[in-house]
Design a protein around this ligand. Structure first.
Ligand code: BGC
Length: 742
């Protein structure tokens, strides 16, 4: 008998039709489980009850630790009986944020953009994704790609990737792709036009369709298409009169329609303006739960709407389908996050490299830098708590660094007081990452006397500088989510400090730690300026490596530095009227339209303090033999080739930038960035460089948005191609022109 059973089992395994004495036909083998994410999502969806579906589109408040299964900024409860895991969210534009746990503080996202290097940006994203996963979390609230450069005083500029939609979109895409490669769902935010923090829940961005498509929305489009990121966070603000999270034109028409985005839309925390209307407008999941707006998007309100016929159940199914599908696409089911120690050492090395590649040398008169340790006997290190650490940005992107904060200070809030219920920066803290410039500089110049002065008294700082061979002044500006800067002047009269030091020592080097553009009234009187942004966990080592020449700076500004706030499209930041009103108020973005940053300065014919794309090196480069090939056979666009030579005495890297001038009458600014390449070259070496511009690229490099055809069109006429190493006309050469049309 035992033998017969074993025999049957063997035969069954082989798939034979019968076994035993009688002839019994066995059922056909079950179809293999689907591998397609849409089919897998549908299979699960078909087994979910209404309650389970409602639970899956509803966020729970976990901002307070101890509420959810882990410290996290968001929590959606999974469905255990079907093997659907919880979704656990954490912020992370500059490293894993929130109070998840100590994480590697990367330099600002803006510093990552300043590398102009997609491989470098990928490594940056990898750190975020891997550490998030190591904390057992599976969704990242990062990817801030707002063009806050419209408002360079915006307190979140450090989280963004600058003013140009193509550069910002591509850098963001590299971050997001890397995060998803760690099986963590990545996303972009804040969709859309969340370009000022002041009264952000009331600000109504007024902008025409073409301008939006060719600026902020284009950055989102590129970031999503190039990365396949699966989530989009809608914003607090209104766009043309409708709250972003209930804006059907934004979410249904543009995002899910024109961009063909297959993932899910989640709200910014508490940004859900309504229940059924928002769901119908394209919102798929509420973050964070019904804490503030109790009941707006509660399970009950959606259930009632479905029962009453106010919302078709197919809409709820689609919401859940999109979330499940995203989980399959990214690998959340197949590669669940598991808690393990983060690789703090390896990730710190990435943080250092990101800063070394992103710091921008703005001035270097008389080859002041690099410093030669052998010939310097004394160095004054002044200001910005450079004895203990480097500054970081505040708000939800705040990283609590490995090793703990070197110093915490109360927030420096601007004078504008939001109306009751509005967000203020008061919850934030100024955190200095544990990376001491004083220690790093001393390590580079072990034989020199390196002395610190805190900079609070310009006179004593100047006296120390006068008795030192070199003075290095650290100047800093804190910024945070929930606030905008009043102006672009460094706080606490640090300009007087720089003036005093520069007046007493002709070898004054200024190192800037700030979120975005700043004014530098003392620029003419100092020898060198290094823009270090918020430098991150290993910022001091990176800065010292650059100051002493172990690393040759190669970063380029991803954002223009204006010479005056009077040159901005809005010299003062719009606020509610009257200031204590909680009603929406207009922020007029039709002033500059799509001409953000360098495009604006080109249009108004005003020179910025430092142009977009600018950055010096310890060597020099030449670009020669420019050759333009229109109608490039492969790309349908064009390609430009040239000889790039390192004409100086040390190895370095140059970012060759390609800008396109559109036909007169196309209504475009004088030029648009369409491509670039960062090329490392040994001293004296040269290389033939080709940059191909694909007409079908996600950045629509040859196209404008046509409101007539509701699509991208290539206008007829003459195009001019420029190549150089910044957006300033003086730094660009004409590669040639080509004609489109008859
Ligand atoms: C921010 C988002 C963030 C969310 C969750 C909001 O205040 O605007 O960027 O992801 O909080 O922390």
């Amino acid at each position: 008998m035992k033998q017969l059973l074993l025999g049957c089992l063997f035969v069954l395994l082989l798939g034979a039709a019968s076994c035993g004495s009688g002839s019994v036909s066995s059922p056909p083998p079950p179809p293999p489980p689907p591998t397609d994410p849409d089919q897998r999502a549908d299979l699960l969806l078909s087994q979910m009850t209404l309650d389970e579906k409602l639970q899956f589109v509803h966020g729970n408040l976990t901002l307070q630790n101890g509420v959810g299964p882990r410290n996290a900024a968001g929590w959606v409860v999974g469905v255990q009986r079907l093997g659907i895991p919880d979704l656990l969210y954490a912020d992370g534009s500059t490293g894993v944020g929130d109070t998840v746990g100590p994480a590697t503080a990367l330099p600002s996202s803006l510093a990552s953009a300043a590398s102009w290097d997609l491989d470098e940006a990928y490594k940056y994203g990898q750190v975020i994704g891997k550490e998030l996963s190591d904390y057992g979390l599976n969704v990242n609230f990062g990817g801030n790609v707002n063009l806050t450069a419209r408002e360079p005083r915006d307190g979140r500029t450090f989280e963004t990737k600058g003013e140009d939609p193509t550069l910002a979109g591509k850098i963001t895409a590299a971050h997001l792709k890397a995060i998803q490669d760690q099986y963590v769902i990545a996303g972009v935010k804040h969709f859309a036009m969340n370009d000022q923090e002041t009264a952000r829940t009331q600000a109504n961005a007024v902008i025409d369709e073409r301008s939006a498509r060719e600026s902020d929305l284009l950055a989102f489009e590129i970031a999503l298409k190039d990365s396949n990121a699966q989530s989009v966070m809608c914003a607090y603000d209104l766009m043309n009169g409708t709250f972003s999270c209930g804006n059907s034109h934004l979410l249904n028409d543009i995002l899910k329609g024109d961009f063909a985005f297959p993932g899910f839309v989640l709200s910014d925390a508490f940004a859900t303006p309504s229940s059924v209307p928002s769901a119908l407008a394209g919102l798929d999941q509420e973050q964070t739960g019904d804490y503030m707006f109790d009941g707006i998007w509660s399970s009950e309100s959606l259930r009632t709407a479905i029962q009453n016929g106010d919302m078709p159940s197919s809409r709820l199914d689609n919401m859940v389908h999109r979330i499940l599908r995203a989980m399959y696409v990214v690998g959340v089911f197949d590669h669940p996050a598991s808690v393990q120690p983060i690789d703090a050492v390896g990730d710190a090395a990435v943080a250092e490299e990101a800063e070394e590649q992103g710091a921008v040398l703005l001035k270097n008169t008389g080859a002041q830098l690099p410093l030669k340790a052998s010939s310097i006997k004394s160095i004054a290190v002044i200001g910005s708590h450079a004895d203990v650490g480097v500054l970081s940005g505040g708000g939800s992107a705040q990283v609590f660094p490995v090793g703990g904060a070197a110093l915490t200070l109360p927030p420096a809030c601007p004078p504008y007081t939001p109306p009751p219920g509005g967000l203020s920066c008061l919850n934030a803290t100024q955190i200095f990452d544990p990376s001491s410039p004083l220690v790093a500089i001393q390590a580079k110049a072990p034989a020199a006397s390196v002395v610190f002065n805190d900079g609070t008294d310009p006179a004593t700082a100047a006296a120390l500088a006068a008795s030192s061979d070199v003075a290095i002044v650290f100047v800093s500006q804190w910024e945070s989510e929930g606030m905008d800067l009043v102006d672009l002047t460094f706080a606490n009269d640090q300009d007087s400090l720089v003036n005093a030091v520069a007046a007493s020592n002709p070898h004054t080097v200024v190192v800037l730690e700030n979120g975005g553009p700043q004014l530098m009234p003392w620029l003419a009187s100092v020898s060198a300026v290094l823009e270090a942004w918020y430098p991150g966990q290993k910022g001091a080592d990176a800065i010292a490596n650059i100051l002493f020449g172990s690393v040759n700076p190669s970063g380029k500004l991803p954002i223009s530095f204006p010479a005056s706030v009077a040159d901005l499209p809005r010299p003062t930041i719009p606020i509610p009227n009257p200031p204590d009103s909680t009603a929406p108020f207009d922020v007029d973005y039709t002033i500059e339209g799509f001409n953000v940053g360098y495009k604006w300065f080109d249009i108004i014919g005003v020179k910025p303090l430092f142009p977009f794309g600018f950055g010096l090196s310890y060597t020099t480069f030449s670009i020669s033999n420019l050759q333009l090939t229109p109608d490039a056979p492969v790309t349908g666009g064009f390609q430009v080739s040239f000889n790039l030579q390192n004409t100086g005495g040390v190895a370095g890297a140059e970012v060759a930038q390609v800008y396109l001038g559109f036909p007169a009458g196309a209504g475009e600014p004088p030029k648009r960035l369409v491509g670039w390449k960062k090329v490392p070259l040994q001293a004296g070496a040269q290389q033939q460089v080709t940059i191909a511009i694909d007409a079908n690229d996600s950045s629509h490099p040859l196209s404008i948005w046509s409101t007539t055809s509701n699509g991208w069109i290539v206008p007829n006429g003459d195009y001019t191609v420029y190549v150089g190493n910044s957006s300033a006309s003086s730094d660009l050469a004409t590669a040639g022109t080509f004609h489109v049309g008859s």
